[in-house]
Design a protein around this ligand. Structure first.
Ligand code: GAL
Length: 346
């Protein structure tokens, strides 16, 4: 049985109350989520010594969540990652969305989904968060009803189910921006990663996809078709790594859906292993290159490459690049995508 509790997590600067929900399974493993930013705050699972380890980065106070710029654990949207110059064309009409990352739009704009309190609803095995993103928010067309449900199972599987509908055709790309560290802290460079992908989207020097797709066979440093540590090749003389300051690329998944692993991350020190599966077509492998020194949970200090993000998504800058499937939700259609993170011991 999953036990769900709710407590206060303090107040925003505006005075609005933030709530924290904890979902605990029969083994005592749990996840914590906040209604602010629909944020995944903790994932507490056993290491090989059967001691609990919180495998995601977080902050202790709501004030730190409000100040941060790393999107820790948040659901980002309406469009995750970048849209070049904040411009896209849909049904022959040109749209401009807010630019908040140099010349580009990033993770939904100036006030994206990560900076709102969502409406919470609990059921037997999970917590659902919903919000209405009004027509014109950050420049996007259409009133978008979004719902994100976090589920937690008896065998330590976290599911994130994204659903949405709209009253006008719009752009949508939802992901969760959790920073994983399967050792509970310190560098993540020794984590071993495998990705079910043979190609990735080339980026320019602003981490914006150019439209070119590169075969990992032509780029050994970028290749995760065989498991290797994040740190093994990260400092190699490779233009893709140099441009992004590490891994920060959308990998095109070879298979998707519940029956396929999209990626596997293993921590040799803790023995914790995480398998990702998703219905989405891509995954951003981000080695936390922009994580600047800052106080993290329990007085720890976070710095670059202390985590790995595995953000399942549509391909960034997809409309301008002509990537398929396009990150578009049509009026009358339903957005319905699920990503699962399953934890076990090696
Ligand atoms: C990632 C993105 C990075 C960076 C980060 C937030 O999803 O790929 O380039 O913007 O979010 O700091």
């Amino acid at each position: 049985m999953i036990t769900i509790t709710k407590e206060s997590f303090g107040k925003l600067k505006t005075g609005e109350e933030v709530s924290l929900f904890r979902m605990t399974n029969c083994c005592g493993s749990y996840i914590e989520v906040l209604d602010y930013g629909c944020t995944l705050k903790s994932i507490c699972v056993p290491n090989r010594l059967l001691s609990p380890v919180d495998v995601c980065l977080s902050y202790d106070s709501i004030a730190e969540y409000e100040e941060q710029d790393g999107y820790l654990g948040a659901v980002v949207g309406r469009h995750a990652n970048r849209i070049g110059n904040g411009k896209f064309e849909l049904n022959g009409k040109k749209y401009s969305v807010a630019c908040n990352n140099g010349p580009n739009h990033l993770h939904g704009g100036i006030r994206g989904f990560d900076k709102y309190i969502w409406q919470a609803h609990t059921d037997e095995t999970g917590v659902s968060f919903s919000r209405l993103s009004p027509d014109g928010e950050e420049g996007y067309p259409g009133n978008l009803n979004v719902c994100v449900r976090y589920g937690w199972s008896e065998n330590n599987e976290l599911s994130i189910h994204y659903t949405a509908d709209t009253d006008a055709d719009t752009v949508i790309n939802l992901t969760n921006h959790c920073y994983f560290n399967l050792n509970g802290g310190g560098t993540a460079l020794e984590h071993v990663l495998w990705v079910n992908s043979h190609s990735f989207c080339e980026n320019d020097s602003n981490c914006l996809p150019t439209g070119r797709v590169v075969d990992t066979a032509d780029c050994p440093a970028m290749d995760f078709t065989l498991p290797k540590s994040i740190g093994r090749d990260i400092n190699m003389d490779d233009i893709n790594l140099k441009n992004a300051g590490g891994y920060d690329h959308n990998y095109i998944l070879s298979e998707r859906g519940d029956n396929f692993a999209a990626a596997m991350l293993t921590c040799p020190q803790s023995g914790i292993d995480m398998t990702v599966s998703t219905t989405l077509p891509g995954i951003q492998v981000y080695s936390a290159n922009f994580l600047t020194e800052r106080r993290g949970k329990n007085g720890s200090c976070y710095s670059e490459r202390d985590a790995v993000c595995l953000e399942t998504q549509f391909f960034p800058n997809g409309l301008a690049c002509g990537f398929e499937p396009a990150p578009v939700l049509k009026k009358g259609d339903s957005f319905d995508e699920t990503t699962r993170y399953s934890f076990s011991l090696v």
